[in-house]
Design a protein around this ligand. Structure first.
Ligand code: ADP
Ligand code: MG
Length: 260
């Protein structure tokens, strides 16, 4: 079977999600989206309800666009996106109560000069006083191996430490869903392992785009995006071997083309 040909139907299909209440999670309903002149999604529908969902696909397949639609950073041209029942366009102002987004590049996320301010910000947004937010930020930092970091200048942290601060800042106000866009791409192995262990313990629903397939091997569900369509959608044990096969074949083809 030629798995390289884009398909209208996914090559593998997840079992329907069990558990969460109706309206929980993220629902894409017949979404269309163009960026610049390029159509990215057209009639795209998908329900994301499992606790741990991995998003894979070649560069340009639409992973970041999907996460940005879910977080209200992009508005669909057609159709709707709902997060725990809140429409990402109509309810955009309150969406941050449901969902947190960790950017691929910490420098695109960080607003404040110090760690404490960055982590406390989401809490003041949710109505805490400055003193309450500061205390809660210090507690959260201490609980994650960063005791005494509140007054540290963020620009003096390593990339891995910045990434950890970004994750803590996003989880501080306790959104029920976390979106992570290749959050570990610039981290060394020890930092990657410790951060992924921290994430594994979080109670939040997590949707993570990743090129590191090992990182999502234990997830509940993996979705393979290909040119704005779902190419495969099932348990990691089913989807990851298919994607590895595709990547291997594509890599060989690229090598041959380069050699020609
Ligand atoms: N800021 C942008 N302006 C115009 N087109 C974009 C922009 N960002 C991404 N795209 C296009 O959208 C498509 C999907 O990109 P993206 O969602 O970033 O994919 P991925 O995260 O899977 O690499 C690609 O064709 C890309 O060129
Ligand atoms: Mg991306």
């Amino acid at each position: 079977m030629d798995i390289l040909r884009p398909r209208r139907r996914p090559v593998a299909q997840a079992e329907p999600a069990a558990g969460p209440a109706a309206g929980a999670g993220i629902a894409f309903d017949r979404v269309s989206l163009a960026r610049g002149e390029r159509p990215i999604f057209d009639g795209f529908s998908l329900d994301l309800r499992e606790q741990r969902i991995g998003l894979i696909g070649d560069n340009g397949s639409g992973k970041s666009s999907l996460l940005r639609l879910a977080n209200g950073l992009l508005a669909p041209d057609g159709g709707t996106v709902a997060v725990n029942g809140r429409d990402t366009v109509r309810d955009r102002k309150t969406l941050h109560e449901e969902i947190g987004f960790v950017f691929q590049n910490p420098d695109h996320q960080i607003i404040f000069p110090t760690v404490g301010e960055e982590v406390a910000f989401g809490l003041t947004e949710r109505g805490s006083t400055a003193a309450e937010a500061r205390r809660a930020a210090e507690d959260l930092l201490a609980a994650n191996g960063c005791a005494g970091w509140a007054d540290r200048a963020i620009h003096e942290l390593s990339e891995g430490q910045k990434q950890l601060v970004c994750i803590l800042a996003v989880i501080a106000p306790a959104p029920s869903i976390l979106l992570l866009d290749e959050p570990f791409s610039s981290l060394d192995l020890p930092t990657r392992l410790s951060l992924s262990a921290r994430l594994a313990r979080l109670p939040q629903q997590i949707v993570m785009a990743s090129h590191d397939l090992d990182l999502i091997a234990g997830f509940d569900r993996v979705i393979w995006l290909d040119q704005g369509r779902v190419r495969a959608d099932a348990a990691p044990g089913q989807v990851l071997p298919l994607y590895r096969e595709h990547a291997g074949a594509l890599g060989s083809a690229m090598l041959e083309r380069g050699a020609a």
